[in-house]
Design a protein around this ligand. Structure first.
Ligand code: CMP
Length: 238
């Protein structure tokens, strides 16, 4: 969410942040309240729960740990808090006030979620994700542009990104007995680069662009691990 900010704006955001410490059991956000700030977890663990009409008990949604953001929805969409958040161990968070968020981060964050969400909905392996999980992925995607014959991944290199094709075609090449052989063809909405991230291994093929123009949305290994846990099994099976 903050990665595309210019240095100057980043400094304003950092200066505006307040450090807040919570003990286990402290409520940080209450569902239905007005929201005046969002939070970034520095250390500790916090639990997100939500009340659904079919049950009187709040339902567990997810736990938040270091580096994750919560409480952004109320600020982005001028809505009441959509869920509750409680510290489950001593936790330190950085809070950012509504005015600074609105002024500096909000428009870009909404645009980014809008820009990528339609695209992510078309990707079959992501179809098990909830709309909210998809939105979090939108925050972490970056579009990269390539030309015909560019190599996006090289066999044998360390892998640090996963790619979703927005436009264009590419092929996977593998060195088989000293000869480069084509082993796969990719088109729009396909993905590649998952193996090295799933298996913590070297790239097992080279990916080469075959269309004149090529546009791909990439996500870093850290974000991939954090946000795509739910689809790891499907990726492994595929
Ligand atoms: P906000 O509505 O401001 O406050 C509650 C927060 O819970 C919300 O922002 C999100 O950051 C977080 N949250 C996590 N999972 C969900 C979900 N499935 N639906 C809504 N909010 C969620």
């Amino acid at each position: 969410m903050f990665s595309t900010l210019e240095k100057y704006d980043q400094d304003i955001v950092i200066t505006a942040m307040e450090i807040k410490t919570y003990q286990a059991g402290d409520s940080v956000i209450k569902e239905g309240d007005d929201g005046e700030e969002l939070f970034i977890v520095s250390t500790g663990k916090l639990r997100c729960t939500k009340i659904f009409p079919d049950s009187p008990e709040p339902k567990f949604l997810k736990d938040y740990t270091s580096g994750e953001v919560f409480g952004e929805l109320a600020l982005m969409y001028n809505a009441p808090r959509a869920a509750s958040i409680e510290a489950i161990e001593e936790s330190v968070c950085f809070s950012l006030d509504r005015d600074t968020f609105n002024h500096i981060v909000k428009t870009a964050a909404i645009e980014r979620r809008k820009k990528y969400d339609g695209f992510l909905q078309k990707i079959e392996i992501l179809s098990t994700l909830s709309p909210y999980e998809r939105e979090k992925i939108c925050d972490c995607l970056n579009t990269e542009y390539f030309k015909k014959d560019d190599l996006i991944i090289r066999e044998g290199e360390e892998g640090n990104k996963f790619y979703l094709i927005q436009a264009g075609t590419a092929i996977a090449l593998k060195n088989i007995s000293g000869k480069e052989e084509k082993v796969f063809e990719y088109k729009e909405n396909d993905y590649f680069g998952e193996l090295a991230l799933l298996e913590g291994d070297k790239r097992k093929a080279t990916i080469k662009v075959t269309s004149e123009e090529f546009q791909v949305a990439s996500i870093t290994k850290d974000s991939f691990k954090r946000l795509l846990g739910n689809v790891e099994e499907i990726l492994k099976r595929n």
